[in-house]
Design a protein around this ligand. Structure first.
Ligand code: 48H
Length: 259
């Protein structure tokens, strides 16, 4: 016989066991768009304890929408290796351009990250950070439903060695650090410089360089990296997002090995 209360207990107990254990991790990734999920996959593959917070009900950020809701993405030769590793089918278009299904890319990113042991909390967002002795060492979290309802509910906190801002164009985590830390970001101006207008070639190139530590304990990836360090947007070419996620995972892995 199926018992409603057993079902409710199973969900509650399983969720809270995991959540309690995830209150402390090595890396918290804010945002489950392509760059955040790609970083999560590579960090998980390296055996690192990773928690992903995603404000939306469904992970993926701008990925499933492709370009203007045409659900295809374009990637370049260099980033095809990431899709090959994930098992995403690509179709050669012309020259160095390949296309892929944005939905297949999302489903494989999610599948591979989860299978590496990454825990993703959807409907939960980082509203603030914890900074101690000049270093970001965690985030302050709340339910998206609380934000949507505009009700006053105090948040909880989650600690980690490193926080990764993968929140896309808004670079929410870096902005909150800049606003509240009283210290300068590791950018030329000391502040969030802001995203520049569309220039796909330059945007993709500078993104890799912009993928780095933006404040002690805080790394940036994807569109957040170009927003923080002042790179152009690049439209629906997603190769840079994947390479940025891969690069930041390597930076964090080598930093964790040193600590
Ligand atoms: C938890 C949060 C919070 C928060 C936001 O926008 P994304 O897809 O980010 P990227 O950088 O991985 O990919 C960018 C790409 O999708 C894109 O927009 C491109 C290439 N644009 C180019 C152009 O020219 O327009 O995903 C960010 C995710 C979203 O799912 C948000 O819901 C989530 O982060 N998020 N999650 N806590 N505070 N803020």
């Amino acid at each position: 016989m199926i018992d409603e209360i057993e079902i409710s207990r199973a969900i509650t107990e399983t969720f809270y066991k995991e959540f309690l254990n995830d209150m402390e991790s090595e890396v918290i990734i804010c945002g489950a768009g392509p760059s955040g999920l790609c970083a999560a996959y590579y960090l998980g593959k390296a055996g690192i304890k990773v928690v992903v917070l995603e404000r939306s009900l469904r992970p993926g950020g701008g990925l499933p929408g492709g370009g203007m809701m045409f659900n295809k993405i374009v990637i370049q030769e260099e980033s095809k290796t990431v899709l090959d590793e994930l098992g995403v089918r690509t179709v050669h278009y012309k020259g160095t351009y390949y296309t892929a299904s944005s939905l297949e890319t999302l489903s494989m990113l999610l599948n591979k990250a989860l299978k590496q042991g990454v825990h993703i909390y959807n409907c939960m967002f980082a509203e603030d950070v914890m900074i101690m002795d000049g270093k970001v060492n965690g985030v302050v979290v709340n339910w998206t439903a609380v934000e949507l309802a505009r009700i006053h509910v105090d948040p909880l906190s989650m600690r980690s060695e490193f926080v990764l801002d993968a929140t896309g164009h808004d670079a929410e985590i870096a902005r909150v650090v800049s606003r509240k830390s009283g210290a300068a970001l590791l950018t030329p101006t000391g502040d969030v410089i802001g995203e520049k207008p569309m220039w796909a070639d330059k945007g993709e190139k500078v993104l890799i360089d912009n993928t780095k530590e933006a404040f002690p304990g805080l790394y940036v990836t994807g569109m957040a990296a170009n927003a923080v360090f002042g790179g152009p947007r690049m439209g629906p070419i997603f190769g840079g997002m994947l390479l940025s996620g891969k690069k930041v995972s390597n930076l964090i892995i080598s930093k964790l090995k040193k600590t």
